[in-house]
Every structure is written in structure tokens, then in C-alpha cells.
Design a protein around this ligand. Structure first.
Ligand code: SF4
Length: 87
């Protein structure tokens, strides 16, 4: 009922505003990372191939999403494939 309540409402209002901005995808306008789907690289740009490079392959890459997905390269990839973004 006092000034404290008004201040609390103000903070809640600010939190609601940031929540609405995040929901609307406005975070990118303030330097946030783009959505992963938009950040994926083409297989050609990543020099993807359907064979491993030595002991490196999609199967032991941190970006691999079994059974045939990749967090940074577009399209299906093989567990036995490899690209320059391996890591
Ligand atoms: S090696 Fe390349 S294509 Fe394969 S999972 Fe890793 S980043 Fe994706």
C-alpha cells in the first residue's frame, strides 16, 4: 500500500517487458545470439564429407545430434561423416 509496493510493481513491469521482448525475439536486436536454426552452415561451406577424417567423425563430435542431425551444419549428416567445424 506504500511506496514499496509501487517500486515492486515497477520491477515486475520491467520483468514483464523483458519477457515480452524475449518472446518477440527482440533479444537479437540487443546482441543476443541468433536462433540456432538460422545459424546453421551449409554442408558445402563446412566442407562436409561422408567419410571420417582420421579419428574425427560426426559420431564423436560435440555438435552431432543422433541419428543424423548436427547443431551447426544444415541437413542430414552421417555418423561417419566429418566437416571442418568438427569439435
Ligand atoms: S563433424 Fe561437422 S557435420 Fe559432423 S556433427 Fe560435427 S560439426 Fe556437424
Amino acid at each position: 500500500m506504500s511506496g514499496c509496493n509501487r517500486g515492486s510493481r515497477g520491477r515486475r513491469g520491467a520483468l514483464k517487458l523483458f519477457g515480452a521482448m524475449a518472446a518477440a525475439g527482440l533479444g537479437a536486436a540487443f546482441g543476443a545470439a541468433p536462433a540456432p536454426a538460422q545459424a546453421k552452415t551449409s554442408q558445402a561451406a563446412a566442407a562436409y564429407r561422408n567419410s571420417p577424417k582420421g579419428r574425427q567423425s560426426c559420431a564423436n563430435c560435440s555438435w552431432f545430434e543422433a541419428p543424423s542431425g548436427c547443431g551447426v551444419v544444415k541437413g542430414p549428416v552421417s555418423a561417419r561423416g566429418w566437416c571442418a567445424l568438427w569439435g
